[in-house]
Design a protein around this ligand. Structure first.
Ligand SMILES: [Mg+2]
Length: 325
């Protein structure tokens, strides 16, 4: 706890704003929160930590840090097909900097507002900047998506576009604003997750790169996949911002396969469901792209359109000692 009144900081920056839910019986301000899970729902929990200098540059705009700390957790809820409800926040700060806290809380609470998520508690400490969020959501019993469950022959699909955040990192200051926004203010695919939980055989969010996250989805069932690299969805901004020449050609393949931080969903669909599910996702403004097919043989194989194999140069971003954000 910080000497300079933890209570005062929470009261000033975090509690006057954000949604109020009537399933929160006691939120910030008591020793612990009290919440009520609807009788016909299961509770889904996830937690993620962002550390300055590891997960984001120290000088990142505080509103972007606040947004992203919540967004990466909502992305995990989306991958389960859960509807967000509550979150707790543990914030470790080098000093109590009012301007920083004001912007951080704005980024966090603006995203919370959009999903009717209420911040119900937390903790403040002094130390190197790091942010831990635990998010809570609901699923209809038996309806949550899992990593396991895919079958050989299922289509491997992704939402939206891949590689934007990776290209923003690669280009740094030169990155166009739209790509930087993908990196700094990722949009969790909550609406898509709620649609997909009725149809997908398995799902995961793409936080560490498609190859790494798809491998996490395949491993529990001992399955493999064949991917068509020309099918990977790339945004117009991605294609326009690629450097010319061989470096651009390499990035055009490597970033959609291995770039992290896009927070799209990778999911599997039984054959025949592509058109109806694409229509349902279209209704929530989300594109569906089939990129490959599940195979019984373990491992991920990538193919050019002419059938030649492509060997990716990297499999994905690895945080030390970490598995499956
Ligand atoms: Mg995840």
């Amino acid at each position: 706890m910080m000497a300079e009144s933890e209570f005062e900081i929470i009261r000033r920056y975090f509690t006057p704003h954000g949604p109020r839910r009537d399933d929160v019986l006691a939120g910030v301000g008591d020793d612990a929160a009290i919440v009520r899970v609807p009788p016909d729902r299961d509770l889904v929990l996830c937690m993620d930590t962002l550390v300055a200098g590891v997960h984001f540059p120290v000088a990142t705009e505080p509103a972007a840090i606040g947004h992203k700390a919540l967004a990466v957790n909502l992305s995990d809820l989306a991958a389960m097909g859960a509807e967000p409800a509550w979150a707790t926040l543990a914030l470790t700060l080098p000093e109590s900097d009012g301007a920083w806290l004001e912007r951080f809380s704005r980024g966090f609470l603006e995203l919370a507002e959009r999903y009717r998520l209420q911040l119900i508690g937390g903790d403040l400490s002094r130390g190197p900047l790091s942010i831990t969020v635990e998010a809570h959501g609901f699923v209809v019993p038996g309806k949550a998506m899992r990593r396991r469950g895919a079958r050989p022959g299922d289509l491997v699909c992704v939402t939206g576009s891949l590689g934007d955040a990776g290209l923003a990192l690669e280009l740094g200051e030169q990155a166009p604003a739209r790509l930087r926004r993908r990196l700094e203010y990722p949009e969790p695919r909550i609406a898509a997750g709620l649609v997909l939980r009725e149809h997908a055989s398995a799902a995961i969010d793409v936080s560490d790169g498609l190859l790494a996250d798809l491998a996490h989805l395949l491993e529990p069932d001992g399955l493999g996949a064949a991917l068509q690299i020309d099918a990977l969805p790339r945004s117009p901004e991605f294609t326009a911002a690629l450097p010319a020449g061989p470096r651009g050609d390499a990035l055009s393949l490597d970033l959609p396969l291995s770039g992290g931080d896009d927070y799209e969903l990778c999911f599997c669909l039984p054959q025949g469901l592509q058109a109806p599910v694409a229509a349902l996702l279209g209704a929530v403004s989300c594109a569906l792209t089939p990129v490959g097919v599940i195979e019984a043989q373990p491992g991920i194989r990538c193919y050019y359109p002419d059938g030649r194999r492509y060997s990716p140069r990297a499999t994905g971003y690895q945080h030390f000692g970490h598995e499956g954000r």
